[in-house]
Design a binder for this molecule. Sequence first.
Ligand code: ADP
Length: 194
Amino acid sequence: MRLILLGPPGAGKGTQASLLTARYSIPQLSTGDMLRAAVAQQTEVGKRAKAVMDAGQLVSDEIVNQIVSERIDAEDCRNGFILDGYPRTVPQAHALKDMLAQKGQPLDAVIELKVDENALVSRMENRVAETLANGGTVRSDDNVEAFRKRLAEYREKTAPLSEHYAKTGDLKQLNGMASVDEVSKAIEEILASK
Ligand code: ADP
């Protein structure tokens, strides 16, 4: 099962990806997590990405395409994967198509979580409060200013992917404002018909 989860920051992609990982035994490939790991390890990629990420902007297509291409060659992706946070631009979608064609691994579905943008800032603030309450470290881009920039980047560069995947016939849209359980059931129904 090879899936893309689409939706703005705070839409619940990460939550749903974790549930899908457990259900289908396929890994969640979050480019955000991979980039944060590169930043923490101070790799060359991490050094180039840090300031861009902290400002809520997008890391270059070249960097993320490379990271994803290498990651999906790993043994644990043999039965599929869930892409969370990639592709994020139309050129990334084209790059993904080419890399999957080269590897002989077609996509099964693109699932978009549709959410009311007004809810997103408060979801992010809740995530920060929960992280702090659990003694965790808050992401350096989880503050209102960077978050608003992330939303603006989403609107400008990522939202056009809906149209792109509608044209390819892969897109399924869901109401991401429903409960976690309801969204999860709706995703399962879509995947059951695959
Ligand atoms: P969000 O919670 O906003 O969905 P992520 O954890 O997916 O955040 O990503 C955090 C940051 O990492 C983004 O704001 C961006 O700077 C960078 N990033 C992640 N994925 C990509 C991508 N596919 N293309 C460009 N930048 C990316």
